[in-house]
Every structure is written in C-alpha cells, then in structure tokens.
Design a protein around this ligand. Structure first.
Ligand code: MRU
Length: 364
C-alpha cells in the first residue's frame, strides 16, 4: 500500500537481511529496520515492532530462512523454530508458518534448507498478500450491497484494532474490503476504535486510512455501542488472530463487546481472515485458544508526542494501582454474521467453514 505515495509491503528481503517497518514508531515516524538473526526476529515479534496475525506469520517465515542459515543440525533448527513460536501465543499464523517451513525443509532434505526456506518465506508472504487482495474482492460485495440500500449516503464501517495492511504483508484483512470500496467510488467512512492499551487503531489504522485517503474518525473504545444505537454504524469488520473450525474468533481485546453491541442492534458483524488464521484442531475458542497476557506497563502507561515533536511515555495510573493486560478475547461464532476469507464469504459454522476448506476434515 502507499506511504506518502510510494508503494510498500510491510516486510521484504534486503540483501542478506529481513527488512521491516518498525511499527513501534508509527504514526510519528516511518522507519525501516533490518533483522539479521533469529534472535532479532523473535525480539521484533515479541516487542511488536511487527504485529498482526498475518505479518507475524510472514515474519516467522522469513525468520526460518535466517534459522536455516544459523542451524548446522536439524536439532538446532528445531530449537530456533521453537524460539520463534514461543514469542506470542494467540495468533496461530506464527506456528503455522514455522511448521510449514519445517515440513518443507524435511521434504527436500536438510542440505537444501537455506534455498528452500527462502523460497518458502517468499511464498508465505506472496500468498498472504494475494489472500488479502481476494478478501477485499469478496468483502467489497458486502459493502456494495449495503450501499445499494442507502443510495447517495455514506456507508459507515466500524473496525477494531489494526487488521490493516500493517497487520499483514499488504492490503490487510478487515481493511481490504474498505480499500476496495473506496477505490470503487462507494462513499464510505470508517469509525476507528482507538484500541487500548497499545492504541493500534488510533496509531496504525488511522494512519493507514489517512495515507490511502479514506475518510475516518477515531473513537474511544467504548463508543461503538452508542453509535450503533443511533444508526451510525452500517457494518462492523474486524480481523482475527485465530478462528476455530466452528467459527469462534480470537481477536484484539474488546472485539467481543463490539460483537455483543452489534448483535443487540442488528448491525452485521463480519470477521475477515486468510485461511492461515484457522486453527483446524479447535472447536471451542473460549476454552481452547490461548490468550496472551502482556506486561501491566502497557495499561499503566501511554505513549504520545509532545507539541515540540518528541515522543514521550507518561504514566496514567496512580502508583498504588495494579493493572492487568489481556491482549485478546474470544467472540463466539453465534455473534458473527459471516467470515470473509480468500475463498469467499461464509457463515461462522463448522459446516460452512469446512465446505470451503476441505483440508479441515483431516485435522481433527
Ligand atoms: O496485538 P496485535 O497488534 O498483534 O493484535 C492485532 C489484532 O488483534 C488484529 O486485529 C489481528 O491481528 C487481526 S488482523 C491480523
């Protein structure tokens, strides 16, 4: 997607290293960083220099190319793979990408591991970008349908966190239909949840939408229900970090509350995801999906920019108050209107999901 008019992906190979956009610096500065070792890749994922399910998977894919270069035995390769998998627990794309790399290396033999891992890493990234583009085409029809029922009026879409191109390799999942609708000339406006504690909505989604010229408004996290009660939200689209075979959705903390409000107000609630985000081994998301808990300081502090342009962190809690930081929650399938995947749109039911994805039948 465009940054100041120049097309970018979120990750690419640069000489013998992996180049990323450091998302901890956005929106105040656009900086790229080169990762040279598996340890640097693991730290970039853990500290959220890269984040978002699809991009975490693509980064782990490239990390395995570095692992193939660092490892001199299959055992060392497995240890390095494990060091990537344990960085963040909820987004299943991470372990999916690492296991895909391990299987590919096993198939062609350890001797060919470096060239093979490079090809697989590029394939994972290219497929992620292609899947998001297809999600955009399928999701566009949902927005077009809503637009046709309110001719001449703006379609208001609410999104949570950042499931934009910054969370993938390109296009994004939740944002792909939004960008497609904007490109098709459908008048749209996006309500962007700020998404405490790390403010991925306010910092990343709003920045992305502004770069692409999409009209949007940032709202405090608890605003969505009020807007829905007053007819100001036509559609909710979020991304996902892991979706079970029966359609339960793990996504950024607060997604569940938006789904409850949407259901109560008759607002369609769609989740957009590539098939690498399905966990075919799980049915019950509330019981089965591991929910990451991050450091309390992310809740206790906020980062911002001063009038003079320097980025500063301030504490917003009194010293005596502890904080808890649950990074994700699970929205049960019954609250999801539909899933927008690269293979089409389907209801969030096991039957519909598995009929779009025949590979699911052998996984459980
Ligand atoms: O903690 P993050 O920023 O990695 O979480 C991102 C989200 O929850 C996104 O909404 C999600 O990854 C879905 S889109 C890839």
């Amino acid at each position: 997607m465009l940054v100041s008019g120049t097309p970018y992906r979120t990750i690419w190979l640069h000489e013998e290293s992996v180049r990323i956009i450091d998302q901890r610096r956005l929106p105040w500065s656009f900086e790229v960083v080169d990762l040279h070792t598996v340890a640097e890749v693991a730290e970039a994922i853990r500290d959220m220099a890269v984040r978002g399910a699809g991009l975490i998977g693509a980064t782990a894919g490239y990390g395995m190319w570095l692992a193939a270069r660092e490892a001199s035995t299959p055992e060392e390769l497995r240890t390095l793979a494990e060091s990537l998998i344990c960085t963040r627990p909820t987004a299943v794309n991470l372990s999916w990408a690492v296991h895909r790399q391990l299987e590919a290396i096993q198939e062609t033999g350890f001797g060919d591991r470096v060239a093979n891992a490079r090809l697989t890493a590029e394939a994972i990234a290219d497929e992620d970008a292609a899947a998001c583009a297809a999600i955009g085409r399928h999701g566009l029809e949902i927005i077009r349908d809503i637009a046709s029922r309110k001719p001449g009026q703006v379609v208001n879409i609410l999104t949570h966190c950042n499931a934009g191109w910054l969370a993938f390799v390109d296009h994004g999942s939740a944002t792909a239909p939004i960008y497609a609708a904007h490109a098709a000339g459908i008048p749209i406006h996006v309500w962007v949840d700020e998404t405490r504690p790390r403010n991925q909505g306010a910092r990343l989604t709003a920045w992305e939408l502004a770069q692409q010229g999409v009209p949007h408004t940032v709202i405090a996290d608890n605003t969505g229900g009020h807007l829905m009660q007053h007819g100001q939200v036509d559609l909710v689209i979020t991304g996902a970090d892991r979706v079970t075979r029966s359609g339960d959705v793990a996504n950024k903390i607060g997604t569940y509350l938006k789904a409850l409000a949407a259901t109560d107000n008759g607002v369609p609630f769609y989740v957009a995801l590539p098939s690498s985000t399905f966990d075919w081994t799980l049915r019950n998301g509330v019981k089965g999906i591991p929910i990451e808990q991050r450091g309390a300081e992310e809740v206790a502090q906020m980062e911002g920019v001063t009038a003079s342009g320097s980025v500063e962190t301030v504490r917003i809690l009194s010293p005596g108050s502890p904080a808890a930081n649950y990074a994700f929650d699970v929205t049960p399938a019954r609250l999801v209107t539909g899933l927008i995947t690269e293979r089409g749109v389907c209801p969030a039911t096991e039957e519909a999901i598995c009929s779009l994805h025949p590979q699911a039948s052998s996984a459980i």
